[in-house]
Design a protein around this ligand. Structure first.
Ligand code: SF4
Length: 374
C-alpha cells in the first residue's frame, strides 16, 4: 500500500478517485500539488456548473431515499431521466426476487489501494447491493463534457474496487450522464468480475506508487485542464498530445477507450504532418544559409524500391525463395512483389542475400536533409 501523509490528503485530496485520470497521465502532478501553499482558511471555489451539478446530485439522492424534494426547473428532465434508469434497475432486481439495499453518497474506504480519506472525495453517488451476489455502483454526471466509459474510467474503477472490497461480490459500474452530447454516451455500464477487480486494485496501487518518486515525470496533456498544479507547473505551455512517457504506447492504448484511441491516432497523424512541415522549414532555413552546429546538408533517400518490372522481380524472388528453402508463394502480395525490406525479413540479411538485392533495388532521392556530423 502506498504511504501518504494523511493530514495533507485530508485537507487537499492529492490522490482521489476523480484525480486518478490526471495521475495516470502525469504522475509528477502530485509532487507539484503538495508544494502549493494554501491559506489556512481556503474556501472551495465552485463554478456555476459545479454548483448546479451538486444541486442536481442532491435532488436525485433525496428522491432515491424517499425524502421530500421539489424538482428544479433547470435540470428537471435530467433528474427524471436518472430516476427512471435507477428505478428500472431496482424493478428488475425485485422482479427477479432479489433482496437488496442501497447506500447513497457512501464514503468508500480506498486506503488499501493508496487513496486516503479526504473531506469531499471517495463518495459513490449510489450503491445497490444484492448481498453475496452483486453490487451496482452508480455515478451521475451532469454536464455535456466527455466522460470515458466505465471500463476505462479510473474514477469508476476505484469506486467499483471499493465496493468490491466492502461486499466481496462482482461489481457493475454504471454511468448516468443525461446531458451528454451524444445519446449513446448517456448510459454506460461495465461489469467487473472478482478477478478483474483484483487487477484493477493492483493497477491503482501501481499508479499511486508512481507518484511517490521524487522524480515522477510531468507529462502535458488534455488532463492539464483539470490539474490543480497548472498555475505552478513548468510544463504547462500548451498541449500537443497526452501520451504518458512512463508507459509503453501499447499499455496506454489498453488504458484508454476506443474514442480516445481514435483521437490519439488522429492527433499523431496531425502531429506527423506538422513535424514534416516544420522539418521542411528548418531545412529551407539551412539552405538559405542559417547556421546549424555540427551538421551538413545531404541527399535524403526514401525507402528502397525494386529496379525492374514487377513480374521480373517476382520471378527472381521466387528463384531465391526456392534456393533458400522458403515458400515461393510468400514473395507475392496480391499482384505485386513484396517490398525489399519484407523480402529481407523473409530471406534474412546474410551477405549472399544482400549481394543479390544490391543489383535489384535502389533508394530514390527524395530531397535534402540535415545530417549530424559525428
Ligand atoms: S499542468 Fe499538466 S503537466 Fe503540469 S502537473 Fe498538471 S497535468 Fe502535469
Amino acid at each position: 500500500m502506498a504511504e501518504k501523509n494523511l493530514t495533507d490528503n485530508e485537507d487537499h485530496g492529492y490522490i482521489s478517485p476523480s484525480g486518478l485520470e490526471i495521475i495516470y497521465h502525469c504522475p509528477g502532478s502530485v509532487n507539484l500539488c503538495k508544494n502549493i501553499v494554501h491559506g489556512p482558511e481556503r474556501e472551495r471555489v465552485s463554478s456555476p456548473a459545479a454548483e448546479r451539478g451538486t444541486m442536481l446530485h442532491e435532488v436525485v439522492r433525496k428522491f432515491v431515499v424517499g425524502e421530500e424534494v421539489s424538482i428544479p426547473e433547470d435540470g428537471s428532465e435530467s433528474v427524471l431521466w436518472c430516476l427512471q434508469r435507477i428505478k428500472s434497475i431496482m424493478d428488475q432486481l425485485t422482479e427477479a426476487g432479489y433482496e437488496f439495499f442501497i447506500l447513497t453518497e457512501h464514503k468508500l474506504d480506498l486506503r488499501s489501494i493508496g487513496i486516503l480519506p479526504s473531506k469531499h472525495g471517495c463518495r459513490a453517488d449510489l450503491i445497490i447491493v444484492v448481498p453475496n451476489l452483486l453490487a451496482y455502483v452508480i455515478d451521475y454526471k451532469f454536464g455535456t463534457y466527455y466522460v470515458p466509459p466505465v471500463r476505462y474510467n479510473w474514477q469508476f474503477k476505484a469506486y467499483c474496487y471499493g465496493a468490491y472490497e466492502m461486499f466481496g461480490v462482482p461489481v457493475t459500474g454504471i454511468k448516468l450522464q443525461p446531458e451528454a452530447s451524444l445519446e449513446n454516451y448517456r448510459f454506460d455500464s461495465w461489469s467487473f468480475s472478482e478477478d478483474a477487480m483484483v487487477e484493477v486494485g493492483a493497477s491503482i496501487i501501481e499508479l499511486v506508487n508512481r507518484t511517490n518518486a521524487t522524480d515522477a515525470p510531468l507529462v502535458r496533456g488534455n488532463q492539464c485542464t483539470f490539474c490543480r498544479a497548472k498555475a505552478t507547473c513548468p510544463l504547462h505551455r500548451g498541449i500537443v498530445l497526452e501520451i504518458p512517457q512512463h508507459v509503453t504506447i501499447n499499455h496506454h492504448l489498453q488504458n484508454i477507450d476506443p474514442i480516445g484511441r481514435t483521437k490519439l491516432y488522429n492527433d499523431l497523424v496531425a502531429l506527423k504532418k506538422w513535424t514534416d512541415s516544420a522539418i521542411d522549414n528548418v531545412y529551407a532555413c539551412a539552405m538559405e544559409g542559417m547556421a546549424f552546429d555540427k551538421t551538413e546538408i545531404v541527399d535524403k533517400t526514401g525507402n528502397r524500391v525494386w529496379n525492374d518490372h514487377p513480374s521480373t522481380v517476382i520471378n527472381r524472388l521466387r528463384e531465391i525463395a526456392i534456393a533458400l528453402g522458403k515458400n515461393p508463394d510468400d514473395v507475392v502480395v496480391p499482384e505485386s512483389p513484396i517490398s525489399p525490406s519484407q523480402a529481407e525479413s523473409l530471406f534474412g540479411k546474410s551477405k549472399k542475400v544482400k549481394d543479390v538485392f544490391e543489383g535489384m533495388t535502389n533508394s530514390p532521392v527524395t530531397g535534402k536533409r540535415l545530417k549530424l556530423l559525428k
